[in-house]
Design a binder for this molecule. Structure first.
Ligand code: PLP
Ligand code: COI
Length: 366
């Protein structure tokens, strides 16, 4: 049986900003600082399912002090981007993949699963109405933030019987203000992000709240980002605060490009998975393995490990230049952006911005 399509009630409004003000924002959007004119909301109630789908002006949400999310954190989100194409049209990168991950996150947090086609339709609707907010320059994009939270009021600890799904959008320039400048990372041996059986592979708000103290520790050590290790042995590399990691061994055509395998405690990044395919398309040998901190340090010391980079929707591909931990400090390669890192970055962005053939069918037309 196919799921009946949900009907959206459209309540668009004129933009409160004039063209000149919007263009000024788009010229320097930063990340997550400005929001478009509309949002999409859909409600879910036990026994009734999804209902009251609407597109409406972007506005604050009203919340009861006993809203269950504020107390017990049933809250999940996604992040994906819409890109301006050379012909002026707009396409979204792999929204079905985000929709499926959103369903997996929902299952882990005992929340209802939004049908994939409704998730995609909600994104399309928002981008369609707010397409003037999609930047037209270089790698800038419109970042979409679908999220869902419990909207039942009450203090009993249980899965809520009401939820609100929302999509908002924010024009995005580089996530790190330095552009493709390499970042420095702190290996967190004290704090862990996710343990086996926990919520590590779900994109839930609590994972990010739990990461902030380690991020602050990284900053105290002069590092830009934290790198998480496995919770059990504290020696396998997992991922970064909002990005997956890649390790490049060797150079040129014989380079081998590997990423930590998905053990259930790291987020299965859509950029990570796309890069496995792009790297293979470019003829590189790829792999998903477990990598220890000692292998990282040793690989850098003997020169076999040539490049390390982080990847994710917000940060695209960002080189890692320097590593610090309680037990030492080392530089990756020459500390700059590696050749293969930049080649993969360009290959991914070329597909997203419509400058290269989309042979995997990743670009979704509104
Ligand atoms: N890991 C974490 C913890 C993240 O928050 C993200 C960002 O979404 C990623 C990895 C990268 O995932 P994706 O490439 O799907 O954006
Ligand atoms: C994303 O890349 O979408 C992220 O989730 C990273 C961060 C902004 C949370």
């Amino acid at each position: 049986m196919t799921t009946p399509r949900i009907a959206f009630d459209l309540k668009p409004s004129a933009s409160p900003l004039g063209d000149a003000e919007r263009d000024a924002v788009l010229a320097n959007p930063g990340f997550g600082r400005h929001f478009t004119d509309h949002m999409v909301t859909i409600q879910w109630t036990a026994g009734r399912g999804w209902h009251d789908a609407r597109l409406e002006p972007y506005a604050p949400l009203q919340m009861d002090p006993a809203n269950m999310t504020l107390h017990y954190a049933q809250s999940i989100f996604e992040g994906l981007k819409a890109y301006r194409q050379p012909d002026g049209s707009v396409k979204v990168f792999r929204p079905e993949a985000n929709a499926r991950r959103f369903q997996r996150s929902a299952r882990r947090l005992a929340m209802p699963e939004l049908p994939v086609e409704t998730f995609v339709e909600a994104c399309d609707l928002l981008v369609g109405h707010d397409r003037a907010w999609v930047p037209g320059e270089g790698e800038a994009s419109l970042y979409l933030r679908p999220f869902m939270f419990a909207s039942e009021v009450g203090l009993g600890v249980k899965p809520a019987d009401q939820y609100t799904f929302v999509v908002i959008a924010s024009p995005a320039g580089p996530y790190f203000s330095g552009g493709v400048k390499p970042v420095s990372v702190w290996l967190s041996e004290e704090y862990v992000r996710a343990a086996p059986g926990g919520t590590g592979e779900a994109k839930c708000a609590g994972n990010y709240a739990a990461s902030l103290v380690a991020q602050a520790e990284a900053a105290e050590h002069g590092c830009d980002q934290v790198v998480w290790l496995d919770a059990v042995e504290r020696r396998y590399i997992e991922e970064m605060g909002g990005m997956n990691l890649y390790f490049v061994y060797g150079s040129g055509e014989n380079a081998r490009i590997v990423t930590p395998e998905l053990t259930g405690t790291l987020l299965p990044g859509i950029t990570r998975e796309s890069l496995l395919r792009i790297a293979a398309d470019l003829g590189y040998e790829t792999g998903e393995t477990r990598i220890t901190t000692d292998e990282w340090r040793q690989g850098n010391a003997d020169g076999s490990l040539t490049e390390v980079f982080a990847c994710g929707t917000a940060a695209v591909i960002t080189p890692v230049g320097e590593v610090k931990s309680a037990r030492g400090h080392w530089t990756v390669g020459d500390g700059g952006a590696g050749e293969i890192t930049l080649r993969l970055r360009e290959a991914l962005l070329a597909i997203q911005t419509g400058r290269a053939e989309d042979k995997h069918g990743w670009m979704h037309t509104l």
